[in-house]
Write a protein of this length. Structure first.
Length: 288
């Protein structure tokens, strides 16, 4: 019941809704209004806010795939501009306005939004906290009762649960953050330019990671070898397996119903231009 493939499908459907926080102009405006100047100050403050006013070491550890120096240029300085509580308020305020623009007030007030919220909240309540720091921190975030905001927070908790598991899968294979990006680019999930710009790795770090992967016989001439393909597949399979547990709380029927409710939401966000093509998150494309 609720196989690992279900976790991947629901992640792909839900991620654009969560990612309004990063890409929607209303969310960037809310962050700026709270005192956060620039995309990356807003990103690090709002995503890390559930953890409290942590330092760059903690953010580097739990975000995993950002260059440490890239993190340290923003953290802990962002907490001088806005406290974690204000950052949490700003991210919800931005999401509220963005959702109303993209999906409309009718959807916000609809039975579909309420049903999606109930299903996602049931799954989020089933996350197992040990070893899942970002998911655990998000379970403690208090959210106003509006269904679309509860839905956003539940899907955020679930995507951070998946991300925590992905980190575990990478560590299991002894793949560090920059090597993970080199493998992702070689697998065609994103490209080097996007990933270096968005995660802060310079050419020396990228080329060093490439050389290490060549030594491991996972890369050859910039392409994944058979062994490299197998390792990438194993990491993704482990990630899906480790993400599956909360979805079992819904069962197959509940998961299918939530997928059906999220599919038009995802389409609307993509159509509105709030899900940039080729972004570095690496979510698989969906037909339709």
């Amino acid at each position: 019941m609720s196989a690992p493939g279900t976790a991947r499908r629901l992640w792909a459907l839900a991620e654009p809704f969560h990612a309004l926080t990063y890409f929607a102009p209303e969310c960037r405006g809310a962050a700026e209004g709270a005192g956060l100047r620039g995309f990356w100050n807003a990103y690090f403050a709002m995503r890390a806010a559930p953890l409290g006013a942590v330092g760059p070491e903690v953010v580097t550890a739990v975000f995993y795939n950002f260059a440490p120096a890239f993190v340290a240029r923003r953290v802990p300085a962002v907490w001088d501009d806005v406290g974690p509580g204000a950052a949490l308020e700003a991210r919800l305020a931005g999401v509220d306005v963005a959702v109303r623009r993209v999906l409309g007030d009718d959807w916000v007030a609809s039975d579909r939004a309420v049903e999606a919220m109930e299903l996602a909240a049931t799954a989020a309540a089933a996350v197992d906290l040990p070893g899942r720091p970002l998911a655990a921190a998000n379970t403690a975030v208090e959210v106003p009762g509006e269904p679309h905001l509860v839905l956003w927070q539940a899907l955020t908790t679930l995507r951070e649960f998946r991300g925590d598991g992905h980190t575990a899968a990478l560590v299991r294979q002894d793949v560090d953050g920059v090597q993970a990006h080199v493998l992702a680019a070689a697998a065609g999930r994103s490209d080097r330019a996007w990933l270096q710009k968005a995660r802060g790795w310079d050419d020396a770090a990228w080329d060093g990671a490439t050389a290490r992967l060549v030594e491991r016989r996972w890369l050859d001439g910039g392409e994944l070898t058979a062994e490299g393909l197998a390792v990438v597949a194993a990491i993704e399979a482990d990630t899906d397996r480790l993400a599956a547990a909360p979805w079992r709380a819904l069962g197959d029927e509940g998961c299918d119903r939530l997928a059906g409710l999220l599919a038009p939401v995802r389409r609307s966000i993509v159509a509105a231009g709030d899900w940039p093509a080729g972004n570095p998150i690496g979510v698989p494309e969906l037909e339709g």
